[in-house]
Design a protein around this ligand. Sequence first.
Ligand code: SAH
Ligand code: F3S
Length: 477
Amino acid sequence: MGSEKVIEEKKQGQALLTNYINGNTKKLYIESYGCQMNLNDSEIVASILSEQGYNTTHLLEEADLVLVNTCSIREKAEQTVRKRLEKYNAVKKINPTMKVGVLGCMAERLKAKFLEEEKIVDLVVGPDAYRDLPNLLAEVNEGRDAVNVILSKEETYGDVSPVRLNSNGVSAFVSITRGCDNMCTFCVVPFTRGRERSRDPKSILEEIKQLDQKGYKEVTLLGQNVDSYLWYGGGLKKDFKNASEIAKATAVDFAQLLDLAATEFPKTRFRFSTSNPQDMSLDVIHTMAKHENICKYIHLPVQSGSTSVLERMNRQHTREEYMELIDNIRKILPECALSQDMITGFCGETEEEHQDTLSLMEYVKYDFGFMFAYSERPGTPAAKKMEDDVPNHVKKRRLNEIIQLQQKHGLYRMEQFVGKTVEVLIEGSSKKSDLHWKGRNSQNAVVVFPKGNEQVGDFVNVFVEDCTSATLIGKKI
Ligand code: SAH
Ligand code: F3S
């Protein structure tokens, strides 16, 4: 699979996560795969375990506890984790007291079966059970395997202050919702992350305040479906209709949360991910237009450009409704960048339906894209009721076609910045050259320019002189 997101997932998995808190003696090695939410969850886990005497280390060999935060979204993601377990097994031969735990979506999906399938695993913990880690570890240390995969209707870890792992000190993630109620037929997330629930805006704003005080300049608000955010005192979104009149009157939706955050922290740059076309309101788009410090970039997965495929996927909108949303975004936010997620070869996808995806891409000309061949996930509605009948070579061919088209559009979008000045938040040195800074503009395009006397975390204006399909190249003005 050639998508950027997969490469990104691998990089995240191999990232070195090191953090040191005084007085702690035990060593935790934690590795994360999959989405940004998983990275943020690992930070929550590191925080819970720092209270238990653990500092994180990037040296697997010296770890007392190894945790792998897993992803189930595609079969390949699960295979990657199985490979890592083989590696841990080899290390355990040298360091036999080392304990190994599996966290996240694969833990939730496979539950105690994991202990049978992978002998090396001592601990299986689902995404809503991290507060139970101290008890589970006590069991493990007494020689018993431990499992907690209970999903919650309330848990948001709102009061846990994440230990920022692998941080550049400039950008951080803040989770605002957990779980998902959408039940797209291909997707395993509703089963592994449970029901959708929102976090108290007070605790969200408090976390942003702490980040601001530590010098962070950019916050990405995270959720499986941020547009669905709704705080009315806690509990599931579906129960909102039974809430008290006071709770209803004082409820906070995503547009209001964005407005609150952007107003209270005018110097912080805000991003959010992921938006869902069926839940994104015009209010959100207007709030983005109102605040300079909300980045003009929307990741708006569509999965397919064909109404009939969207229907089989149980996405609650048609191709035309999606195009109308795009038109509204273009009208209200003319300079907004857009990106997609696409799945090729979903059950029953015909050549004509695939052509609809290509033509939708032509219509939008996305700035970025994350594209995948359909991977059937056990237990999902699609696996139960539909046939995974598009041959692999057809899925791959269609995937290549959309990747190529996306590259063309990405380059087109990047070229539009050449000759213009963009504001860049410096994140660190360019990977290719120590003499250059790397940062991103509001539209999430990577910008590289020669170093002067600026610092990481500075906002600078860069005149764009050239570009590739993935990077803008310029000089500070
Ligand atoms: N709302 C979520 C979506 C999570 S899944 C978010 O926060 O990003 C991320 C992407 O993985 C989806 O948009 C979809 O394009 C892809 N995906 C999900 N299930 C898949 C499957 N069974 N096969 C292939 N790709 C899948
Ligand atoms: Fe998955 Fe659809 Fe939710 S893609 S995460 S079920 S919005």
